[in-house]
Design a protein around this ligand. Structure first.
Ligand SMILES: Cc1cc2nc3c(=O)[nH]c(=O)nc-3n(C[C@H](O)[C@H](O)[C@H](O)COP(=O)(O)O)c2cc1C
Length: 311
């Protein structure tokens, strides 16, 4: 397969403080999935080059340094650069937490303005913040004040009610100038429903933010999905999430299609071995290992016995 002009996705991405992300193919953060043994098993198989944590709620106060370090520790233990994600409503607390997370070893701190969970939105956090683009700009400004040259980023959706909100959101981002922007093409209201014009929305955002490293998300399940997003929208990288549960080798397959290291797609045996390690390393009692079944179902692993063992 030719790289179709997207080979820059394999290049390191320099950050303003002199650090670099090793590439522009990143795992989308997933609360309840990109944690614990999933980190170990993916890292041990070299299926991920950078980790992006799920959100940490910053609510009643700024967590102590020791607590933030403990939260970040499993990600840092992978030896990969870690983008730490925070969520909340109080700009000053978020900014203070961002600084502490940088001090604890995060390569970038990401502000979640995307989560559509009714509980989160009900608390006016996550995707709810898209209703107030000025708040996003103020919070990123506050994070810039505390973090200096260390990288800050924001995760958004293409609007709260409607993608017509995108120009106002982008204007706020141009003012605040985060170092990276991650965007899932749905609106908050759309939750995970199918949308027909997701790539056009990302293309629009690309036009509105021509100078900001922009990472696209949304329905990236195959190599072709990723290449199509790149070609149609001009994003600087992609962040598949659910596709990584179905196929943990997806980022490596995309990289190989762009001329990166050769990679043989995972076989059923590889997937079963992956699930075995996920379960063994989870540290959870067997009865609590339901998430492994969840991952197995998403992978479509066939647990039926090989022909020779069928009765
Ligand atoms: C189980 C699950 C948990 C998620 N948790 C987070 C999160 O903590 N932070 C975040 O920014 N996005 C989160 N997301 C959103 C994904 O990172 C991604 O943007 C979204 O699922 C669209 O990409 P996809 O279609 O490739 O899954 C989550 C998604 C799923 C499915």
């Amino acid at each position: 397969m030719t790289d179709r002009g997207l080979s820059a996705w394999l290049q390191p991405l320099p950050l303003p403080d002199g650090q670099t992300l090793p590439g522009r193919l990143l795992p989308g953060p997933m609360e309840g999935i990109s944690e614990g043994s999933f980190l170990d098993v993916m890292t041990a198989r070299s299926l991920v080059l950078t980790w992006h944590t799920p959100f940490l709620r910053i609510s009643t106060g700024v967590p102590r340094r020791a607590r933030l370090a403990a939260w970040l520790a499993p990600y840092l233990a992978t030896g990969r650069p870690v983008i730490a994600q925070i969520m909340g409503t109080d700009s000053a607390r978020l900014a203070a937490a961002a600084r502490r997370l940088h001090d604890a070893g995060a390569i970038a701190v990401d502000l979640n303005c995307a989560c559509p969970s009714p509980t989160v939105v009900g608390n006016q956090a996550g995707g709810y913040r898209l209703r107030d683009p000025d708040w996003i700009a103020r919070t990123l400004d506050a994070m810039r004040q505390t973090c200096g040259a260390r990288a800050i980023s924001v995760k958004i959706r293409c609007g709260f009610e409607s993608p017509a909100e995108l120009p106002a959101i982008a204007a706020a981002l141009r003012r605040a100038a985060p170092d990276l922007v991650f965007c899932h093409f749905r609106t908050v209201r759309e939750m995970y429903r199918p949308v027909a014009d997701g790539l056009e929305r990302l293309r629009h955002l690309r036009d509105l933010l021509p100078d900001t490293p922009l990472f696209g998300a949304g329905d990236l399940f195959t190599v072709e999905d990723a290449l199509r997003m790149g070609e149609t929208t001009g994003v600087d990288g992609v962040t598949p999430a659910r596709g990584l549960i179905r196929n943990p080798g997806l980022l490596r397959e995309i990289a190989a299609a762009l001329g990166g290291p050769a990679f043989t797609p995972l076989t059923s045996e590889d997937k079963i071995s992956f699930l075995h390690d996920l379960s063994e390393r989870s540290g959870l009692p067997v009865r609590k290992r339901g998430f492994v079944i969840h991952v197995a179902r998403a992978m479509g692993v066939d647990f039926s016995l090989p022909d020779c063992h069928r009765m």
